[in-house]
Design a protein around this ligand. Structure first.
Ligand code: SF4
Length: 89
């Protein structure tokens, strides 16, 4: 992604977050916990073994988030609850 695409993407994200401004925090929370892709991941009853995967936690999270249908709601909720200093993906 080049500098122009980054800027354009950030601007689009900002517009989408503006649309989320009127959504109550409780509704955002319900959406994210009900439909968030990460909410339905399971490794089964046993703790998973280390697979030696070189991917960092952030890279793995980014792959999961990329296919999530409630990214905007999740980001807006994160800003409301953690502020702009969030470390989320
Ligand atoms: S955007 Fe990522 S962190 Fe947020 S609900 Fe979706 S998968 Fe989970």
């Amino acid at each position: 992604m080049n500098e122009y695409e980054d800027e354009f993407s950030a601007e689009q994200s900002a517009h989408r977050l503006d649309d989320m401004e009127v959504v109550p925090t409780g509704v955002l929370s319900e959406l994210v916990t009900r439909d968030g892709a990460c909410m339905w991941l399971t490794a089964g009853p046993e703790e998973p073994e280390w697979a030696g995967d070189e991917a960092t936690d952030r890279e793995v999270a980014a792959r999961i988030c990329a296919g999530c249908g409630v990214r905007d709601a999740c980001l807006e909720l994160e800003f409301r609850t953690a502020g702009f200093a969030t470390v989320g993906v």
